[in-house]
Write a protein that binds this ligand. Sequence first.
Ligand code: MCN
Length: 790
Amino acid sequence: MGASDFAKLPHIGEAVRRKEDYRFLTGSGQYTDDINLPNQRYAVFVRSPHAHANLRGIDTSKAQAMPGVARVFTGQDLAGKVNGLPCGWLITSTDGTPMKEPPHPVLAQGRVRYVGDHVAMVVADTLEQARNAAEAVEVDYEVLPAVVDARDASASTPLHDIAPDNRCYKWAIGDKAAVDAVFAKAQHVTKIDLTNNRLVPNAMEPRCVVAQFSRATDEYTLYVANQNPHVERLLMTAFVLGLPEHKVRVIAPDVGGGFGSKIYLYAEDVALTWASKQLNCAIKWTCDRAEAFLSDAHGRDHSTHAELAMDSQGKFLALRVHTDANLGAYLSTFATAVPTILYATLLAGQYTTPQIYVEVDAWFTNTTPVDAYRGAGRPEATYLLERIVTRAAWELGLPQDEIRERNFISQFPYQTPVALQYDTGDYHGALFKANALADVKGFEQRRKASEAKGLKRGLGYSSYIEACGIAPSNIAGALGARAGLFECGEIRVHPTGSVTVFTGSHSHGQGHETTFAQVVAARLGIPVENVDVVHGDTGRVPFGMGTYGSRSISVGGAAIMKALDKIEAKAKKIAAHLMEAGEGDIEFVNGEFQVKGTDKKVPFGQVALTAYVPHNYPLDKLEPGLNETAFYDPTNFTFPAGSYICEAEVDPATGQVRIDRFTAVDDFGTIINPMIVAGQVHGGLVQGIGQALMEQCVYDKDTGQLLTGSFMDYTMPRADDVPNFQLDTVCTPCTHNPLGTKGCGEAGAIGSPPAVINAVLDALRDLGVKDLDMPATPRRVWEAIQAAKP
Ligand code: MCN
């Protein structure tokens, strides 16, 4: 079935209420911490209080002797038995050498490299006993100098022998000579220096692990708050523990948010799994919030210098970018792909800039490892591009929308100079709609009204593009991916015509149990209630690559569509037999198989029953049963895009910013469930606004201590910090997946930060403020106003 026919089916585009919400709203969710197994003990990790130190000695004797303690494990116990954690993406430096890939031990071996690094694991009968014993572990540290800022890394004490200058890689994309030549002749060059602030993910449910080993079957079962259980199992068995994959079952039950931070294979997951066999018991570890600040992979942390060359009319001629990316102390699972493949390749944005050169230096520092966080690379690209474009507009005296429109891509497919090929889009349409919805015409009047109250009002634009559903496997492989990037779906039609869907995608808030059911119900012409979706269990789902990069509907959904094609093809054969017609004469319309041009038909349910009660059945030609599995490997990314307009009021006396209006017009191609999509955009916008105005992970420059280690110091946005959002969409269906969908899960977090900062800067333009870093806290804004005073 083609994408345009699919979009017309019933249930597609319908705001079906979320099937999973009854469970969640009545407290019946089953999260990992809700799981308690017989013979269960508790693990607590002893974590480094220093950012960088040699381990001169660890004395576990006191702790080991305390009541209830089963074992205290240190790095020495694991040495030679448990390998280090792998990195899933190999980046090659500009000089052709592979990135520096230092060992990433599960428990520290001789040295700790960030505050929170794992020194020992205590396992005891109760949580309290484990906590008490953890405090009794005596560690002799020789403190070393620490570095927290990527720009200082090369001049600091090396973290790893393999990288004496602390550089992991130097990577580049584009034709430097061609770009330099354009700059030499350009009529106008706009320059910018900016940082993309480090963020802490803070999903509602902290990470949690329950690991169990069975001597009877020699099998492990791992319950874990994770976004991709099959990938977790593959990495852990193949790379770290050397176990046969089929002997480990990974279950990611209900998961309360992830935002990227639960993609990765973490030390805790491995340590508990391994120890469950050593102690022959189940072991539980539940991260507390303070521990999550230290140990969940952080996001962003880029420092960038960029230059945009233009002609006198504001037509973009070339972009030149240098970025220092902070990777933290070790390489987290997908860390290396974020500042390269997921960042630099997006720097064409929505524009026809013919030449782009991007250089990225990635550094080790004494901070928590950094990896993908909602948007991963694309928010960093969008922030840089949309800030420099607005600055260019102001330098050239052009309106923010005008400069964008002069440079928008309007012919598709479009090959960018940074590897990606956009299949389709309507950038003018989105900006046009956004301008109308935001009532930009009325802005001047509102600005005057604010001025009368002593307040400054500004408008900020951001026209973002992003790449979702990372693909295809062979290209990703050529770019360094050490995994495939397909998805798997199984459709099990039961004898009575109801359906269970098994998907390799994982839902941790995105509503897949509803939207995937809508897709299947639409295709088979059955009620949505007759379809259940199973995910998050390597023991039940054939295979899966999980959820990240807003890939689930476009890649996971497409795998389900492929399995449905197989179901339909087989069901047509059964229907043809039942109606004594030729298979080619059967069409499937609204849940019924009809013989073309006649009134002969059989409903889907009857065909399903026949498949399982094959009394009148072509058994010589066809197997009984109606159960199909498919794998789908996309041929390209999907490219959601949109235009956002933020209108903010700033109090120049206090520096306080209030977002008065926020308009978002997105293109997600065909939309399965507009209510769920709006919810996804809302969540993303709030996260982006949080980054722009409040959130920042701060380390002490000298000691490497995390200064923002709790919600007392790290501010998350609350409901009254954001306005009612005004949302709309344009629709250019994706041309290469069978649903026509593009991902929506990250868009809000990608597009919104530059819109907010541009609005604040617009408000302060006549006070002479030209620049502002995120987060634009009242203090920062107030200081910028004071600094600009003549
Ligand atoms: N959808 C739709 N029509 C479209 C596109 C999507 O109806 N054209 C629906 C999908 O069927 C799905 C939801 O919208 O129910 C999101 O789909 P998609 O964009 O495919 O994103 P994923 O399901 O792959 O989710 C991942 C994405 C990412 S990468 C982050 S980070 C993120 C996000 O989703 N983390 C989240 N949204 C989150 N929402 C919650 N509540 N919690 C998180 O941790």
